[in-house]
Design a protein around this ligand. Sequence first.
Ligand SMILES: [Mg+2]
Length: 269
Amino acid sequence: MDYLFDKWDKLKETLVNKHIFLFLDYDGTLTPIVDYPDKAVISEEVRNLLKDLSNNPRCHVGVISGRALNDVKKIVGLKNIVYVGNHGLEIESPKIKFESQISPRLQSIIRRIKEELSNRLSKIKGLFVEDKNVTLSVHYRLATRNDYLLAKKIIEEIIQPFLVSGKIKVTNGKKVIEIKPPAQWNKGRVAEWLLARQTFILGDQPIVAIYLGDDVADEDAFKAVQNKGLTVLVGKPKKSYAQYYLKNSSEVMQFLRQLMELKKDTTIC
Ligand SMILES: [Mg+2]
């Protein structure tokens, strides 16, 4: 895995005269990881950079998040980009409106799990259940190790029957456990789909994907687009499907700036 800025001079040549689909995860990528999700606020500079990039006809910007669609839309607050919420279960842009169909039975299972989790976990400190409508997240960043282990046991007890019967799927992110429908729709599938859609719209004009993310769920996307552009892990280099890394969200901002610079110099996007 190479440090992106070490290779930038060479990499930027591969982006010249092409359309770019810039995919960005939100938490940990556009903002630093913080104790509470509602404290993860995008900086004005990043918002302006995304705005400028998205206003360029050769640049297509998508924010792909595990947050609920309405949440991510609200915190980013830009018009001309694609928003993906709940890891792909919800997609919205000026031209796309997609919501994965969840059966009423599955919805009631998610509701039931939420109630049980809220009841049984409410006494444990440093833990909270986030209701993202079609999915649930249990955040445990502020819990002690013992409290986390206790909570994990309770969560397993609650979800086990639904997990065994394939009604739900569980994944782990950074200090978060996600409970979701068993749909095969993930960040990788959605990035692939958006890229294919844009490729079709553009016809003969070449397009390159750039995907930046920091967490386990982003690995699906790194894998999906690794032969179609640049994949960038945000954080310490480690075993990953991403080809490059940037150290933190400040470096992501720097990268966005450089992308803008490139755009001014050439016809890159
Ligand atoms: Mg993230």
